[in-house]
Design a protein around this ligand. Structure first.
Ligand code: NAP
Length: 474
């Protein structure tokens, strides 16, 4: 597949003001030069989305569904070459990249099935002499901003419900990983998407151009996935025009292993919850709380499993842990581990930066005290700090001791006990005896500073619809 590197505006691939390189983080080689959008191209993208909106909003849900369905089919047919692009620009291993493409394509299929079922309702007023008609309409031009860690999944999780609902969009992918998003948009073009419905711009630095678009009176909605830090800035920007916001922000997931858990199953689950995507996931288990009674067995077995992972460039056969997206990201991980060790952490395995090229950081397990600094940060890499606890109450207290509340994991031999603990933990999602629960059919999202709104499931469509009440006198 030839890489797309231009901006996509009003159904045309266009040049920007200059180019910047996209690098393969496993060896720092340049994969492609992409076009950078300035004010002119960002304004043109808003123009195109605004012009396309009235016609697109009027199309039949079935028409929109069939384009999404066709795009799903093309993504599945071309999954291997798309996975190659993801792995090259992001650094993750090919098996993770392929898994991401299948997950990402599923959002197109899921929303192609759901958008024909958006319901309104018809109610009688309490006085009996009026009727209340409730309907849902597309919000309008939506700005979609995505991070580098799931360049395919985060794009389709927004594009699917947005265009399904009848909105038109401007997508701004992360500057480190734009090639996947461009490839997906080219697939939508082949699937028959009319011009102007999806536009893609890559401004850098992102801040000034995103601010400009958020202040454009034609932009009605912001859907952002990224760090809580940037989310906070964008919420302030969006408040100037009071536009609708959906925020999928950072996580710092607790992984709680109760004393009656099956240790081998819990280790297996943690290997997925921690290591999927090399630990660069908002859902990654970052604070591992293990009951004292089983902590020694658990730590030994988990450290062994981590130490056996093969770290290598993402497309090398047998690679299980690839590079981080950049040396900058890798160094952030290394700094957090160094500070943790200075604060008393014991290194069970890993913790040493490898020699040679590429943004690699090894699988690392730490035993830490419950006040160790690393527990306060979202470690976006293959690092697992383990803390022990004495009672379920203490585990719940520790799990809730965070500004984040995206996802939590609970392992127990008794379902009722696991559910009681899950209900007491303040997070938008809880996985019981499972290492991964992301599912296009489920509402994904966080509590506290992990976000606002939900993506996926049926709920995801409503992030792009607004409710209208029509009052009828009879
Ligand atoms: P990030 O630095 O917040 O960047 C995310 C996006 O925002 C990128 O497209 C980035 O563009 C853009 N951006 C950065 N600064 C901006 C500004 N001042 N104004 C407007 N846009 C700006 O996050 P990241 O490092 O890419 O991703 C990792 C974070 O995403 C983690 O915290 C992770 O937990 C979170 N995440 C959350 C979810 C979820 O569903 N809750 C899913 C995945 C990731 P540039 O790339 O051009 O800088």
């Amino acid at each position: 597949m030839a890489l797309k590197t231009d901006l996509y505006i009003d159904g045309k691939w266009v040049k920007g003001s200059k180019t910047v390189p996209v690098r393969d983080p496993s060896d720092d080689s340049v994969i492609a030069e992409i076009q950078v959008a300035t004010e002119k191209e960002c304004d043109a993208a808003v123009d195109a989305a605004y012009r396309a909106f009235p016609e697109w909003a009027k199309t039949a849900p079935r028409f929109r569904a069939e384009i999404l369905r066709k795009a799903f089919e093309i993504m599945i047919a071309e999954a291997d070459s798309l996975a190659e692009i993801v792995s090259r620009e992001n650094g993750k291993v090919l098996s993770d990249a392929k898994g991401e493409i299948l997950y990402a394509a599923e959002f197109f299929r899921w929303f192609s099935e759901e958008i024909v079922r958006v319901q309104g309702d018809f109610r009688k007023s309490p006085s009996g002499d009026k009727r209340i008609v409730v309907t849902h309409q597309p919000i309008g031009v939506s700005l979609l901003i995505t991070p580098w860690n799931f360049p395919a999944g985060m794009a389709t999780r927004k594009i699917g419900p947005a265009i399904g609902a009848g909105c038109t969009v401007i997508l701004k992918p992360a500057i480190e990983t734009p090639l996947t998003a461009l490839a997906i948009v080219e697939i939508l073009e082949r699937a028959g998407l009319p011009k102007g419905v999806v536009n893609v711009v890559m401004p850098t630095p992102a801040g000034p151009m995103v601010s400009r678009m958020l202040h454009d009176p034609r932009v009605m909605n912001l859907s952002f996935t990224g760090s809580t830090e940037v989310g906070r800035v964008l919420l302030k920007e969006a408040s100037d025009r009071v536009i609708r916001c959906s925020m999928e922000l950072g996580g710092n997931a607790p992984f709680v292993v109760l004393d009656d858990a099956n240790v081998d199953e819990a280790v297996k689950g943690l290997m997925i919850a921690k290591m999927r995507n090399g630990g660069a996931a908002c859902t990654a288990a970052n604070r591992i709380y293990v009951a004292k009674k089983i902590a020694s067995e658990f730590t030994t077995k988990f450290a062994k499993a981590m130490s056996e992972l093969r770290m290598a460039p993402g497309r090398e056969p047998g690679a299980q842990l690839g590079a981080s997206v950049s040396k900058k990201e890798r160094d952030k991980i290394a700094d957090l581990v160094s500070a943790s060790v200075k604060g008393g952490a014991k290194v069970e395995t890993g913790g040493v930066l490898p020699e040679g090229p590429g943004a690699f950081y090894p699988p690392t397990v730490l035993s830490v005290a419950k006040d160790n600094e690393i527990l306060k940060h979202e470690v976006f890499g293959p690092v697992a700090p383990i803390v022990t606890f004495d009672s379920d109450e203490e585990a719940i207290k520790l799990a809730n001791d965070s500004d984040f509340g995206l996802i939590s994991y609970v392992y127990s031999g008794e379902l009722g006990r696991a559910i009681r603990v899950s209900e007491a933990i303040d997070s938008g999602m809880v996985a019981i005896n499972r290492g991964v629960i992301s599912d296009p059919a489920a509402p994904f999202g966080g509590n506290k500073q992990s976000g606002l709104g939900r993506e996926g499931g049926f709920d995801g469509i409503h992030e792009f619809l607004q409710t209208k009440y029509i009052g009828v006198e009879i």
